[in-house]
Design a protein around this ligand. Structure first.
Ligand SMILES: NC(=O)c1ccc[n+]([C@@H]2O[C@H](COP(=O)([O-])OP(=O)(O)OC[C@H]3O[C@@H](n4cnc5c(N)ncnc54)[C@H](O)[C@@H]3O)[C@@H](O)[C@H]2O)c1
Length: 243
């Protein structure tokens, strides 16, 4: 009998993390979730705190050798009117910390195990906002010097693309693979209908991607690891294809 694979998922209580947890649980994967929110199969861990990561994840990995890491934790701040020139440095830093430091801390510890067995896969999540700046007019009424969607999210998501490329290149001579999915808007009942209409008018597809569809792409890459490393795969509904 083949051993079931162990998968570490950060942000395991978020929209995508929860879907991944449920999807791979059904496929008999062993799940280790990490989140700042409590939940089934999740450990409370602040991934921006390296000691917390070392202590909590470190202890579990000693007995559950990881095969796959999915970095899905992120801060997606609420849509709120703001002026860039007044924007809070604290908010800016907090968002960057999760993507740019949290992913680093968790990847570092998993890679210790990947290096030992010369095998492992890291899947990161970026966004179309890591490629292009958000069009503020889809989030609210256009007003000079005011916007709604935070800018540091784009900085964090560009960083994830850089992290994916540099780490995959770093592991060129080993069997450790790193890739990322660049997502467009993800379907959710909680999204404002007016926003969804405006968003869809800007992309090729006529609906947002579902979390189930994302899980299927993740599963495909887990089962077909031969040529995935270094790839930043766009699942953006054609957002970049239309002007
Ligand atoms: N939902 C979308 O429309 C969308 C679009 C493009 C990209 N993405 C990307 O997909 C990934 C998953 O998004 P999502 O929709 O599931 O987000 P989400 O906000 O629903 O979930 C993120 C999770 O990360 C957790 N988290 C935040 N800070 C943490 C910390 N310091 N330590 C541990 N956990 C922490 C949160 O508690 C939350 O459960 C993110 O990288 C996001 O940027 C999402």
């Amino acid at each position: 009998m083949t051993k079931s694979k162990t998968i570490v998922i950060t942000g395991s209580e978020g929209k995508i993390g929860k879907a991944l947890k449920a999807y791979f649980k059904k496929k008999k994967f062993r799940i280790i979730g990490l989140d700042k929110k409590k939940g089934f199969n999740s450990i409370y861990c602040d991934i921006t705190n390296e000691n917390d990561v070392k202590k909590k994840l470190g202890n579990i990995l000693k007995v559950n050798n990881p095969d796959i890491l999915i970095n899905a934790a992120s801060i997606i701040p609420k849509i709120k009117k703001f002026k860039f020139s007044d924007y809070s440095s604290k908010k800016w830093t907090n968002t960057l910390k999760v993507d740019l430091f949290g992913s680093f801390f968790v990847s570092k510890i998993c890679c210790k195990y990947f290096e030992k067995k010369n095998a492992g896969l890291i899947i990161n999540f970026s966004s179309i906002y890591g490629l292009s700046g958000p069009d503020q007019s889809i989030y609210g009424k256009n007003e000079k010097n005011f916007g709604f969607k935070n800018l540091e999210y784009s900085v964090a998501k560009s960083g994830i693309i850089g992290f994916t490329k540099s780490l995959s290149a770093f592991y060129k001579h080993s069997n450790i693979k790193v890739l990322c999915f660049i997502l467009g808007g993800v379907e959710s009942k909680s999204l404002d209908k007016k926003f969804v209409r405006k968003y869809l008018s800007k992309i090729v597809e006529d609906k947002m991607i579902s979390t189930n569809q994302i899980c299927k792409y993740v599963e495909f890459c887990i089962s077909n690891q031969e040529s995935v490393s270094g790839s930043c795969i766009k699942l953006d509904g054609g957002a970049e294809a239309i002007f």
